[in-house]
Write a protein that binds this ligand. Structure first.
Ligand code: G3H
Ligand code: 13P
Ligand code: ZN
Length: 334
């Protein structure tokens, strides 16, 4: 049985993005896989009155079960209202959809937004696949994010090299042909907690910490010029807070040389046509740091609420910080 996102109290990204581009801020897109992450996201969004995108990857969908996820998203809207947020603006979004069938299934299951990631395909195939997804999704008023350019992976020899960046000369044709609602681009961000190799960074002489190379803002500017006012998306935008890395490393973990995107660069991006910023790894780090700390400090503890509770509180703190101090989306959904 098909379900419309509208019956679940969710919204699509159309209006949200238009306002964000105009207002010079970005909407947070936080991935979730479990109840504690969802609680923390909703508490943070409700308290700051920030529009929010709940992101579900293919892996999360398999982990948590699609039916359960749908009811969790519906429950999230009700929970937000219970917390005193009168008109919650919550999107349920498929992150990195890799096939037409998966996107269609999410549209039919109550998602209000889907991403079709054809970025690894040859250009014409990416166009054709994206167009097919858009044709279906738009029938149900579901918005579609597409991707052009390849995000570097840490295993990739030419990580964050210019050869992967989105080509500004392709974006007009791509958007015109696919009719996508937003476009994810590659300007030097990448997924995970190891965004740059040590040899791509310099070291801060005072702290000894890695200092990553800057994002390709010239590419972003060229894209904005080609597509004035069109919503742009940044994936791989975790900052990999070093305080979490330190807690993890001093409590039995091992994350040597983990490094992310400095916050001042994300702040700058949020003020541009970038209107959606994807964050997953930072929440994983917050959760892992909090859980490891309880395990080391209180070895006798075995009630999951006693370690998942602090993890939830730490994630909420992180989400609020991102909303208020980095993306600037607070008070935009009153
Ligand atoms: O883009 C990747 C997201 O961080 C989701 O990761 O596939 O491990 O759920 P995942
Ligand atoms: P991070 O790994 O930087 O959190 O990126 C998440 C992301 O882009 C999800 O699509
Ligand atoms: Zn991503």
């Amino acid at each position: 049985m098909k379900v419309s996102f509208k019956d679940l109290g969710l919204v699509n990204t159309r209006e949200m993005f238009a306002k964000a581009v105009k207002g010079g801020y970005a909407i947070p897109a936080f991935n979730f896989n479990n109840m504690e992450q969802l609680q923390a996201i909703i508490q943070a969004a409700a308290e700051t009155k920030s529009p929010v995108i709940l992101q579900v990857s293919k892996g999360a969908r398999n982990y948590a079960n699609q039916t359960l996820l749908r009811y969790m998203a519906q429950g999230a809207v009700a929970y937000a209202k219970e917390l005193g947020w009168k008109r919650p603006q919550i999107v349920l979004h498929l992150d990195h959809g890799d096939s037409y069938e998966l996107c269609k299934s999410c549209v039919d299951f109550g998602f209000s937004s889907v991403m079709i990631d054809g970025s690894a395909l040859p250009y014409d195939e990416n166009v054709a696949l994206t167009r097919k997804v858009v044709n279906y999704a738009h029938k149900y008023d579901v918005t579609v994010e597409a991707e052009l350019g390849v995000l570097a992976g840490v295993e990739d020899e030419v990580s964050a090299e210019a050869s992967h960046y989105t080509k500004p000369e392709e974006v007009i044709d791509f958007v015109k042909k696919t009719k996508c609602d937003s476009l994810a681009i590659s300007i030097g961000t990448s997924h995970g907690a190891y965004k740059f190799k040590p040899e791509q960074c310099t070291r801060d002489p005072k702290t000894g910490r890695l200092v990553p190379p800057p994002l390709a803002f010239d590419v972003l500017k060229a894209i904005e010029k080609k597509l004035p006012g069109f919503p742009i998306v940044l994936h791989g935008s975790s900052s990999v807070p070093q305080e979490y890395v330190d807690i993890i490393n001093t409590h039995g973990g091992k994350l040597p040389d983990a490094v992310g995107i400095p916050e001042e660069q994300l702040r700058k991006a949020a003020k541009s046509a970038v209107c959606k910023i994807n964050i997953d790894s930072d929440s994983r780090l917050a959760m892992t740091a909090a859980v490891r700390k309880v395990f080391v400090d209180k070895p006798g503890e075995f009630d999951p609420r006693k370690y998942l509770g602090p993890a939830r509180d730490e994630m909420k703190k992180l989400y609020m910080h991102k909303i208020v101090n980095v993306l600037g989306s607070n008070n935009k959904a009153r």
